[in-house]
Design a protein around this ligand. Structure first.
Ligand code: ATP
Length: 236
């Protein structure tokens, strides 16, 4: 059953028509990837799902909640948690303090403590560095903190905006393995990526987005073997 449904969504920034009848869906338990180049509309899609931009027309729903009208904080409370592009962790706060921020809307201290333990067991590197300041971490470690902070919030659907950006290939691999492990523990994932090679290794299904519309879709294996994807996104 689809938990997330986007149907014929149109988004404008003034005269810029950023999403043009965009349609896709995500089922419970999946990792779905939206692939696309710069300016394809990937970040706009994430912002649409988080209630930060509104569609001019079309449907956007998550578990029966209309995301086109829901308030951003209600969307977060419903379990849709967005890890934005560029990580945005607090550089003068420690790893632990950054992670705790993910639970700021939660009252149950026990839940927060359990999820912190989940983060530290998924990413032992963060446990080792729990007292280190965010700004002194490597790019990959900062990405781990950004993902960990979202986990502390208790996501049902984790929205990841270009987690591989600016990372070395080996680090990209580690981050993708962490995302796959989070999914294996029961969290549905929507990943937007320019790095098709890395994303298709962990995704179950994927959509190619070009100038605001889906142009191809299929299982990750099908897309990885599709000559159009190979030529445009996977290189020789
Ligand atoms: P990138 O990887 O470069 O972030 P993207 O696929 O995430 O690319 P979007 O950022 O969603 O793409 O942008 C989609 C289109 O909307 C682009 O043409 C972009 O120039 C335009 N756009 C995005 N934000 C704004 C804005 N605030 N005002 C005007 N146009 C915008």
């Amino acid at each position: 059953m689809s938990v997330l449904e986007v149907g014929e969504a149109d988004v404008y920034y003034g005269r810029v028509h950023a999403l043009r009848g965009l349609s896709f869906e995500v089922e419970e338990g999946e990792i779905v990837c939206l692939l696309g180049n710069n300016g394809a509309g990937k970040s706009t899609t994430m912002n649409l799902l988080s209630g930060l931009v509104r569609p001019k027309s079309g449907r956007v729903s998550w578990n029966g909640i209309d995301l086109a009208t829901a308030k951003p904080w209600d969307i977060v409370s419903a379990g849709l948690i967005h890890v934005p592009e560029g990580r945005r962790i607090f550089s003068t706060m420690t790893v632990h303090e950054n992670l705790l921020l993910g639970g700021y809307t939660l009252r149950e201290q026990k839940k927060i403590a359990e999820r912190l333990e989940q983060v530290y067991s998924l990413m032992p590197r963060l446990a080792e560095r729990r007292k280190q300041q965010g700004g002194t971490l490597s790019g990959g470690e900062q990405q781990m903190v950004a993902i960990g902070r979202a986990i502390v919030g208790g996501p049902k659907l984790l929205l990841l905006d270009e987690p591989s950006m600016g990372l070395a290939p080996l680090v990209v691999k580690q981050v993708m393995e962490i995302i796959a492990a989070v999914n294996a523990q029961g969290t549905t994932v929507l990943l937007v990526e320019q790095n098709a090679r890395a994303a298709l290794k962990i995704a179950h299904r994927a959509y190619v987005v070009e100038t605001g519309s889906v142009t191809l879709s299929g299982s990750a294996a099908e897309l990885a073997a599709d000559p159009r994807v190979v030529e445009a996104y996977l290189g020789a």
